[in-house]
Structures are given as structure tokens and as C-alpha cells.
Design a protein around this ligand. Sequence first.
Ligand code: NOJ
Length: 765
Amino acid sequence: MMIRYTLALLLALFVSQMFGETTNEVSHCNYLLRENDVTDDAANRFVSKLMSKMTYEEKLGQLNLLTQSDFVTGEARNHGFETKLKQGRVGGVLNMVGVAKIREAQRVAVEETRLGIPLLFGFDVIHGYKTIFPIPLAMSASWHPEAVVDAASIATLEAASAGLNWVFSPMVDICRDGRWGRIAEGSGEDPFLGSVMARAMVRGIQGDATFSGNDKVLACMKHFALYGAAEAGLDYTKADMSRHTMYNDYFPPYRAAVEAGVASVMASFNDVEGLPATGNSWLMNDVLREQWGFGGFVVSDFTGVSEMAFHGIARSDSVAGVALCAGVDMDMVSERYVNTLKGREQLVDKACRRILLAKYRLGLFDDPYKYCDPERERQNIYKEENLEKACQMAKETFVLLKNKDRVLPLKGGERVALIGPLADSHGELLGNWCARGDWRQTPSLREALEGRLGKEKIAYAKGCNIYYDMQLNRNAYYPEIDKRSVDEMMREADSVARNADVIVVAMGETANMSGESASRSNLDMPDAQRDLLKRLATIGKPIVLVLFNGRPMSIKWEKDNLDAILDVWFGGSRAAEAIVSTLYGENNPSGKLTVTFPQTVGQEPMYYNHKTSGRPLGNAQWFSKYRVNYIDISPEPLYPFGYGLSYTDFEYGPVSLSSDSMLRGDTLRVSVRVKNTGRYDGVEIVQLYLRDVISKATRPVKELKGFERVALKAGEEREVSFPIIYDMLKYYDYNLNYVAEPGDFEVMVGRNSVDLQTLKFKLLE
Ligand code: NOJ
């Protein structure tokens, strides 16, 4: 081992002298001799033969990923695409969509370049291509991985039918801070659930990863690493934490995606331990490749390579070397590799090989047009059956946060006042990153309600804009700003509400208030909407809030003052239909939160699986001096992780454990009977948590380790039981050894992360 590292160092020094690198870059390069990924299989033989014909410039071309103008997903543009393509200076394209265009670009690559190497075509298919599913955060709230596999399969089939062969999904960043807008794109705060969803997404996108047909494409796990831990919830900022926290809490979903066979990985924008991820060899080479055995290729994020100059890591003409040494194979948009990399043959060879292997794996050398059939494009996209699946998925994501006096479901005969700036919106329902989703074909909530009840039964008023401040409305990308005065709009809403039996308000965030570069410093209901709610609350009619959001919100006033709150996130192409069927009880909500809702933004980052302290509040009353609590807010969240109500009631019997001790190879079983005691059929998500009571390093107060979605008819009862195996007790200790330590454990089972029954057992030596 020592010899290998010494050799690596000597070689790195040699390379640095040859090519004038700084010592800083040398240290990133010492993995040169650690890897030997050229095996003698057919794919490698093919690629070796091809590479033997390639010039250094042509190899660099394979490392170059350019953006096209069908979609804008970053500030920079690439010019002269066709010329560069013909010169063999392009390896892949993003943001070009549709078979006609893609086929033509592929034709140029195959027929008009010297070696005819086909292109990769990538796109952000985050929750649908044209048929839009709910945002990923919402899909995670379904706790239904099989449904997520289906959603990702449909999205992939549509994308693959539109010519694409690579999607920049899944996004698996753990996020514990609702201020970060991109929390919408992931599966929330929990590493266990995040890992389950990561595997489901990779499975949906890549299937068995043989790519023998043309319905599966390369997935891209992102953003490696720790992007969701951005300081202060501010996008692109550094993420600083101990390796113990990385390994236990943030890495599991990335690793799960790798173990599920994800073909590519995207480096994140942020700085990790003083190095941008794009230039962080420890992340890409040591953790991803060596420790986890990742065998695919790594792509930078959009201009992530050139941005290292802004991070101050290297001058603009040497950032490429830093990224390449760090193990980033493909340069998205910045063109630093193709324009500035000199004398890097060995590393360029490695990167080029990985990219060519991915193309080979896809079968592009056999048939570069396998995804380019216009007939499939016509047939497979936006089919009614896809839309029905999207509707069904949306129904499973809704979380009923409050339902005082069972105001929901509506009975059917009520006069409804529909109010709010999102009530007649089309585009907002699609959410952020909605690819080719078409707002014109997306019914609004108003239209869906009118469709059900008839126009004359619904009284509608917009009531307000999102914010009072027009600059904020513009920042929120709210296109439907109403120019009427605040008073006029409020009066109209007031009079509409007075003539109704129930007030349904559609409020919250616009689609673009979450997603990339959409951090918020305040998680409350925006001012204009809250003031309108306050006014409506004086009328004395039941108020149902249909909440649109891409993140947890501090809706304390709403919780305290409204009758019902149905969190519908951004539900996609058929969200409106799903909402209406839920309001009227044909769908019984079963979603549960995968992010903690704080009472106030000041509690962020807030998450259920926190550590205790030497001065826990325990059973002491808030406020207690010299204990861990705020003086101005009680310590609870507004709504805890795992929380969600149903139209029916579920009763839990006593929890039982098969034994109070276990040996290494044993399996314990923890069981509970759950009964649907209400009048509606429903689905309950039963949750299992564990706590390691005494351990060598501090452990969270509880951690999710299992869950089951249980469908129960009214009156039905079932036993739910979870195995507890040795591996579930393991964690990364202070020295990053993955161990289970003998001693006391607590096992908790219940309906959410707070409402739990606890039993104890011992892991014996
Ligand atoms: C930037 C985003 O961070 C990333 O998620 C996305 O895949 C790329 N742009 C490409 O659009």
C-alpha cells in the first residue's frame, strides 16, 4: 500500500514538473496509480481500439458537454455548436429536445466527424418529461417507492422517446433546512427514506441497466456531495460538517444510488472541506470510486469547472486540471477542458474511456439513432394512461395537516368560495423543473372544481397577489400579477366568501419559489396571502387551505386559525383533478411529511434525527434555563417528520418485541396491530425508528429504519411487523468504522416521528 502511494506521489511530482502544476494540484492527482479500470472485456476492447485512433483533441472533445437553447438551466451559453460538433469537439449535448433536432445532431456527429462517435443527449427530467408528476419532495411524501419507480419509468419512456439518452436525475441530496429552494427536488431530510427513493429512481430510469431496448436511459445521481447542506440555506454556498455526519446522515442516498448501479454522477457546486466538490479528489476518487466502487463517469454541474476560479481555487486557465485530477470526467458548459487542458494524456484517456464506455453500454455504437424514432415520439408522450398515473401519484403525495371537526371531505352540497392567487393558475401546479410540461394543457384548480360542480356552483375571487411587493412577486416568477388595488381584491374575496358555506383557499408558494436559486429567508405564508386569510377568518365560515409549496413552511398562524390544511405541494399535470377528488373524499389522503415543518424559520436547520446534548430539555418544561431551548419559541416543530392525517382513524395496539436481547446473527421482530376505526378506507404509513442509547460516538435521538404502507378498509385490522437485524444497528463511529456496538437500544413504532411507542432491547457481545 505504502509503495503504491509513494509511487503515486512520485508520479504526481513528475507530472507537476513536466506541466508546471502548483503543489496544490499535485495533491489532487495522487490517485493516478490507484486505479486500474481497464479490464479486458468486449466493451473495453472496443473502446481501446477506438481510442487508439483518436487524437488528443478528439479525446478532449468527448469530455465536452455543451448546452443548447431549447431550455435555459444556467447563465452561460455555448456558441458555434455545429462547427464544434463537426470538428469532433463535442461529446454530449444538454437542453436539446425532440427527435428531429436530436436526430440531426446525431447524424452530424456520426456522419460528418472523422470518427463518427455518437453523442450523449442529456436533460433535466426531474419529475416528468411532458407528463409531469409531483415534485420529488412530494413523491417522497407518498412513502411509496414502487409508485416512484413507475413515475420515473414513465418519465424516462417519454424522455427516451423524445431522443434523449441521459437524464440528470435522481437528485438525492439530503436537506435539513427549508430555506434551501432545492429541497423541492429531493426526498427530504432522512437518509433511510432518501436511500429507498434513490434506489427507486435509479430503477425507474435505468431498469436492469442493460439498455437492450430504447425505453431506459442513463441516470445521473446528483449533486455529489452535500449540496443540500448549503450554509444558511443559501444556494451554492459551502457545506461544512464532520465526516462522521457526512457518512451517517448525508452520504447514504448517494451510496444507495451507486449500489443501484447509477451510470453517472454529477459533482455539486458547493465547497466541501475547503475544496469545491468539482475539484475534490477525496470525494470523487476516494469515496465514490474507491470506497463505493462507482464505475461510471462523473460530469461537472453547469460551469462547475470554470466556477472554481470564482471559488479562488485556481486561475481560470488551470481549473480544468484541478477538476480532471479530482476525477471529474466531463465538463458541462464551461469548455475549460476542451480549451485549456494540455499535456494530460493519461487523465484524459481515463475520462474519455469512461464516457465512451457509457455510450457503448447504451448501444449507441450499434445504433446511434435508437432513441430517435419520430413515431415513438408521437405515441409515447403525454398519453392518457401516463396522465392517469400522474394523477394517481399526486393523490398519494397529499398530506392532510389539519382537519378540525372533519370539515374535509366536503359533503358535496356546499356552496364553495374558491379564493387565492393559485386557485386559477395552470403553470404553478407543474412545479419547478417541469421540463416540457405544458401549462396550457394543465387544468387549474378552478377549472377542475367547475368541471365537477358546474360553473354556477363556484364563486371565485383571486383575492390577492403572492406578495404585496411587486419586486418580490417578480422574484417569485409570478406571471399573473393583478394590478387592482389590495383593497379592491380583498373586498371581492370577502363578498364571495360571505355567500358560501365553505371557503377553499389556494395559497402558498409559486413553482419558482423553490428549486434552483430560490432560497427563502422567511418560511411564512407570504404577507399578502396571510393578510387575506386573516380577513377571511373573521367571516366565521370554515376555511380549507389548499397549500402549494416546494418546502416546509412555518404556517403557524394558519395551523392555529384555519379549519383544514391539505398540503398538495406541486402535483404536476393532473394535480387539480387529484386535489378535487381529495377534497370530496374519493381519495383519502395518506401522505406523510418527509421534512420537518418548523414553527419559525429561526429554528432551521430543523430535523427529527438530531443529536441530544449534555443539557437536553428532556421532560423539563420550556423555557428552562441552562437547557437546550430558545427563550422565545417552544422546542417542538410545527409538524414533525412523518406526520400526516387521514379522513379515517388508525388505532395502534401495544407494540411487542420478540425478545429483549439479540446476538449478532439474530433477527428480532417488532410488531403492532393497526386498526382502521373510522368510516373511510385508508392507507397508514407505519414507521419504525431505532435509537442507540450508549455508543462510543454520539447518536441521534431516533432514526428511521423501516416503514410499511398499510391499506386498511374501514373496520379492518392488521398486524404489521418489522425485522430488526444486526446491520440496522450499525453506524460510522468517530473513526469512521462501520460498527454495531453492544449495549442498549430503543425501538420505536408509530404513526410519525413523535407519536411513538418505545421498547428496549440489548445487543449482546
Ligand atoms: C444546474 C443544476 O444544478 C443541475 O441540477 C442541472 O442538472 C444542471 N444545471 C443542468 O441543467
